[in-house]
Write a protein that binds this ligand. Structure first.
Ligand code: SF4
Length: 157
């Protein structure tokens, strides 16, 4: 079986900041049908955040800039949560290494898991989340829930 790192909220786990589930039926079907071992992670819960929690977004840059030391995230209360996001990303990377995951399916537009887009100061911007950048640097092949056809093709299904 192929280990696939998956954002927990895509499979319906109650991990999102607003405690609303966001089950993606196509992702669930893929996991059930394909020869996949899902490795289910939520970087923000691994960072120690609770559910529900204040929403967070980049106020400067994206995940790439965070790891270069020039990006920053704050929650809706104004707290700087940049270091916590980095901790969650590092824990997620540890799990990916432990489980020999070389592919990840991540929730698009999340400040942790976004693979092509994130929100910065209320705007949708191109960029990766804090966790996604680490996984990319590790050489994982990344897909979002908006790229399931590409993922299926990559898996050879
Ligand atoms: Fe989903 Fe990732 Fe946000 Fe966790 S951090 S709720 S897995 S998008």
């Amino acid at each position: 079986m192929t280990p696939l790192l998956v954002s927990a909220c895509l499979l319906g786990l109650n991990t999102r900041y607003n405690a609303e589930t966001k089950t993606n039926a196509q992702v669930v079907a893929l996991i059930e049908q394909a020869d996949i071992m899902p490795i289910i992670v939520c970087p923000e819960q691994l960072a120690g955040f609770s559910t529900p929690r204040p929403s967070c977004e980049f106020i400067q840059g994206s995940g790439e800039q965070v790891w270069r030391g020039t990006g920053q995230l704050k929650n809706s209360l104004g707290d700087d949560v940049t270091a916590a996001f980095c901790r969650g990303a590092q824990e997620t990377l540890t799990i990916a290494r432990m489980t020999h995951c070389r592919i990840a399916l991540l929730k698009e537009r999340s400040p942790s898991c976004g693979s092509r887009f994130i929100h910065c100061q209320g705007e949708l911007c191109p960029g990766q989340g804090v966790t996604t950048v680490l996984l990319h640097q590790e050489g994982l092949r990344l897909f979002s829930e908006e790229q399931l056809d590409e993922l299926q093709e990559y898996l050879g299904n």
